[in-house]
Write a protein that binds this ligand. Sequence first.
Ligand code: SF4
Length: 374
Amino acid sequence: MLNYKPEQILIDVEVENSLLAREICDRFSDVPQLILEQGDDHKKTLGLDPGRNPLTQGKKNLHLKYFQGHSFKSCPGFSEDLLCCNYFTLDLVENCPFECTYCILQAFLNKPMITVHANLEEILENLKNQISTRSRQLYRVGTGEHSDSLALDPYLRISPHLIRFFSNLPNAILELKTKSHHVDHLLDLPHGGKTVIAWSLNPETIIEQEEYKTARLDERLEAARKASDAGYKLGFHFDPMLHFPGWEKEYPRLVERLFDSVSPERIAWISMGTLRCLPMLKPIVEDRFPSSRVFLGELFQSDDGKLRYLKRIRQEMIRLMQQELQKHAPGVPNYICMDKPSVWRNSMPSQPEDSSDLEATLEFGFLQTEMERV
Ligand code: SF4
């Protein structure tokens, strides 16, 4: 397990007595804790040493924050030009202890710390009020937008609160996306079949070379098997797929490894997506991870400003993966994340008409696995 212990904990005075803040502070009772009064500048308080790598160093500071913004919102990937799946995100943790070379957070999270939105009860109450106004809609909600959902969870224990909360919501499903193997603390929870635990997968060579500090492939698959045995539905995300010498053999082998470990009947959905990122990430990666091979592929700036592989390459990669998935698990819904309708047309057997159509397919897949479970 990733060994995490912050060097100091900063606590906004407004959340000093919140349940989550108290639980976290009790767990790290030997770590220096500092209450931030309203208006305190946390960056000055941290006194960062500019000579050290500020991103890596910052991950050792834990900030329990009173978050007043919108934690629950539509997936920021949504765009009229892309075929999206009407996903919602619930941001509770900002920043991540893992070090994936391609991680977009390096480019836009400029706060040198791991931040937890510690007014959890208030945030969940707002979410409940929001979704109750559209009781006929089924919301799929993920927490892995600004961090890995489970990387720190054995220490922060946020997910047990969420799993219990979602088990009582009639029209929402929680998805916890991770590259960790941290599921042991979740296995006995009363999840009510309303939580999907999902893994982002890549071939072992990519995990070793580009996904530092994450769980190895066999650890992720073993964790998935345990979660399945505990009655959780599973999700898998082949995302970001990287174009590297040997990819044509390694990705199909990865699909084989997946279905050697878990049964297709337990899988709610599988997504695929090739590497995409903002150009500003490139110099950061070159500086922080000089041996990374992520930017050695042929990447070009596309209409939305992001660097992507040529369309021909994206289609070739997705088509191959889709065929492999079809071979092993023909009944499991699979979809492409954040790409153009033309890529769907040229690499998938059928294309949803629009986002609502895609969403309905995923929800149908979820309900089917749920019915099989009962
Ligand atoms: S696990 Fe996700 S959030 Fe964490 S470093 Fe990797 S890409 Fe970034």
